[in-house]
Design a binder for this molecule. Structure first.
Ligand code: SF4
Ligand code: SF4
Ligand code: SF4
Length: 165
């Protein structure tokens, strides 16, 4: 069982799976073929969300910040490992709330929702109880802004299929 899967079962997520690439990355095999591990995207990213990962390849780490989809990493990439086609989505990643969420256990907390500019996390009022967060994946951009602020590490951003393996 991989690390991400174990984290999912415990209800506490890692901030992102280990090999999530910068936005507009080629498919993994092509990305690994093209990427020269020059670190230009790491240096270019104004939020610091790109770091050097396994094997020296860039990886996204939402514990460090969010992606604003500015495209600076793509501009800095000279090999074409990151390539922004017109209207192409940056990635398919979405945020998921895990069982570690304290609001789901009756403790007042709305930190993730307050950090989601897209409005993808809504708190549904509960009669006589604490409002609980609900994720609207259709709105979520996978920007990761909700990940680091969560006090219990309950949010992961990953591709939708990863939590179902
Ligand atoms: S799009 Fe901008 S914020 Fe997002 S990873 Fe690239 S450089 Fe960083
Ligand atoms: S910030 Fe974390 S603990 Fe608080 S409501 Fe959101 S997911 Fe739950
Ligand atoms: S990843 Fe971004 S858009 Fe999605 S829920 Fe978190 S803050 Fe909102």
């Amino acid at each position: 069982m991989d690390v991400a899967r174990r984290g999912f079962l415990r209800g506490r997520f890692r901030s992102v799976t280990a090999e999530s690439r910068p936005p507009w990355a080629l498919a993994e095999a092509a990305f690994l073929d093209r990427c020269s591990r020059c670190d230009a995207c790491v240096t270019a990213c104004p939020t610091g969300v790109v770091r050097v990962g396994d094997g020296g390849y860039p990886t996204i780490d939402f514990s460090r910040g969010e992606c604003t989809f500015c495209g600076d990493c793509v501009t800095a990439c000279e090999t074409g490992a990151l390539r922004r086609e017109a209207d192409a989505p940056a990635w398919t990643m979405k945020a998921r709330l895990g069982d570690a969420c304290v609001a789901r256990k009756g403790v007042e907390c709305r930190i993730c929702g307050e950090n989601c500019e897209a409005g993808a996390i809504r708190f549904r009022p509960a009669l006589g109880g604490i409002s609980r967060p609900e994720m609207n994946e259709g709105i979520c951009t996978g920007c990761g802004a909700c990940v680091a602020p969560c006090p219990v590490g309950a949010i992961a951003v990953s591709n939708p299929m990863e939590g179902q393996q």
